[in-house]
Design a protein around this ligand. Structure first.
Ligand code: HEM
Length: 488
């Protein structure tokens, strides 16, 4: 039977929900002049667990490619954030780090209990200058190519006779041991030991920190503290502290030893920077190596051409070193293209300025950004802008050649920013590029590989879900076959 009072209640409830939704999802008045991603598809994307790079290409990129916009507003984690889609704005913001410092991260988030806040990646101003100086001088002391070579050999031993290999797992093992031995002077035994206790503990900590519910509502950490996760984090931080204590007495040929030679840091600061090196140094490089092998598996003619270059450069059984790696321009272009097309860091840590700023895009459009607006430089969008990267979804290493293969890159440096731009760009980019180049050369020399038929990655690399803006291929199986080396 029709009951008018029930209908009124339903109507009132609907009105209340829509008023609440409008209040929650309407940008603040001072941001409403900016283009914005429609809220419903965005919420649906979050609710369905869509990964970041796919969401960006589907919902944000059309603002750059079809509407020629340089920025767009995106609702995330309870607020509206400006994403920068244009390389000129990204460059201007990156160059002026005093106007655009990094934003203070939410206090409650457990990631900061692990990483600490007294380190190079989160500090600003004078503190950042001090950290950055120590970190950069440690990174430039030596280029550990021979260490990468010996880890590559270990990895290939582990791969046995090849077959179907979960490549993203192997790249992670390689980069964990690379950052362990070269940055921290510590062997995590990730390659040889399937159950490395350190790696298991690290994974458990990161899985705990990455709980989607607590990422979306960091305040929950205060209201319902997760004692087990906190205990695990503190244990892991203690392990880093022990590595630090050991290193003070046992100097080596690693970045931590070099950092300890630079005065002016407290123990807490050394330790926090060690954790930063560890976190920043392995996932990213592993993702890049997974993407490299993936695109060469999908494009056998590119793999063949890259291999021919390696065979020529490593004539007489030479091992990779700075001189012969520099002769591998095509391999280098393949690595650059992998870092463009599936860039490991999807977007950067938010910046915000205390002053109002007008930013100007490369097409001349200007945007007014009020003070204290959260601004994110979106690397994936810039790497997929069709105006600057025609056929952006295709893997074309030749984009990085000038008139001939011998020429250096022709693209504007600010269009290719996997390592960010300006004074706060990745201080380890040279280190990471040589790590990638060494393993790529060794791989091409010793193995041939292909994607399994019916691979879930056959259309594009499927990245795993990451609350930390990382785009890393996940569960990527590749079929490897050992090559017969002519001289062995
Ligand atoms: C392919 C590998 C890598 C990529 C794509 C990459 C990318 C980046 C990006 C985009 C940033 C800027 C983040 C931001 O400002 O929001 C950054 C910063 C940083 N990276 Fe890397 N990185 C890689 C490898 C490494 C390695 C191997 C290490 C250390 C051994 C490292 C250490 C750092 C540090 C310390 C910073 C902070 C710099 C600062 O704020 O002054 N990265 N990296």
């Amino acid at each position: 039977m029709f009951d008018p009072s029930t209908s009124w209640q339903i109507l009132l409830a609907l009105v209340a929900v829509s008023v609440l939704a409008k209040w929650m999802f309407t940008p603040p008045a001072e941001l409403r002049h900016l283009p914005r991603v429609p809220i419903l598809p965005l919420l649906w994307s979050y609710a369905s667990g869509e990964v970041e790079d796919v969401r960006i290409k589907r919902l944000l990129l059309p603002f750059a490619n079809e509407k020629g916009e340089g920025v767009v507003l995106v609702y995330a984690l309870g607020r509206w954030i400006v994403h920068v889609l244009d390389h000129q704005i990204a460059k201007d913001l990156s160059d002026n780090i005093s106007l655009w410092p990094k934003e203070e991260p939410p206090d409650a988030m457990l990631l900061w209990r692990f990483v600490g806040k007294t380190n190079v990646i989160l500090s600003n101003g004078e503190a950042w200058t001090r950290h950055s100086h120590v970190v950069k001088s440690a990174l430039t002391r030596n280029l550990p190519i021979s260490e990468f070579v010996s880890l590559g050999k270990k990895l290939f031993k582990k791969m046995g006779n090849g077959g179907r290999i979960k490549w993203d797992d192997y790249t992670m093992r390689f980069t964990l041991d690379a950052v362990g031995s070269t940055a921290l002077g510590h062997n995590f035994r990730a390659i040889e030991d399937d159950h490395s206790p350190f790696v298991a503990q690290y994974n458990e900590v990161m899985d705990g920190i990455a709980s989607p519910l607590y990422i979306v509502f960091p305040k929950l950490e205060k209201w319902f503290p997760r004692r087990e996760v906190i205990k695990n984090i503190d244990n892991l931080v203690n392990k880093f502290q022990k590595i630090l204590e050991h290193k003070k007495e046992n100097k080596g040929n690693d970045m931590l030893t070099y950092m300890l030679e630079e005065p002016g840091m407290t123990d807490e600061e050394y330790r926090d920077n060690m954790v930063v090196f560890f976190i920043a140094g392995h996932d990213t490089t592993a993702g890049a190596m997974s993407s490299f092998a993936y695109y060469l598996a999908k494009n056998p003619h590119i793999q063949k051409r890259a291999r021919e270059e390696v065979i020529e450069a490593l004539a007489n059984d030479e091992e990779p070193d700075v001189t012969n790696l520099r002769k591998m321009n095509y391999v280098q272009a393949c690595i650059r293209e992998s870092l463009r097309i599936n860039t490991p860091i999807t977007y950067m840590v938010p910046r915000s300025s205390a002053q109002p700023v007008d930013v100007k895009a490369s097409n001349g459009k200007t945007y007014y950004l009020p003070p204290n607006t959260s601004v994110i430089l979106n690397i994936t969008s810039i790497h997929h802008n069709e105006k600057y990267w025609p056929n952006a979804g295709a893997f074309i290493p030749e984009r990085f050649f000038g008139k001939s293969e011998k020429d250096e890159i022709r693209v504007d440096a600010s269009l290719w920013l996997p390592f960010a731009l300006g004074p706060r760009q990745c201080p380890a980019r040279n280190f990471a590029m040589y790590e990638l180049r060494t393993l790529a050369a060794m791989l091409l020399l010793e193995w041939e590989w292909a994607l399994p038929e019916s691979s879930p990655h056959s259309d594009y690399p499927k990245n795993g879900f990451s609350p930390f803006a990382l785009s890393l291929p996940k569960d990527m199986y590749i079929d490897f076959k050992r090559r017969t080396l002519p001289s062995k």
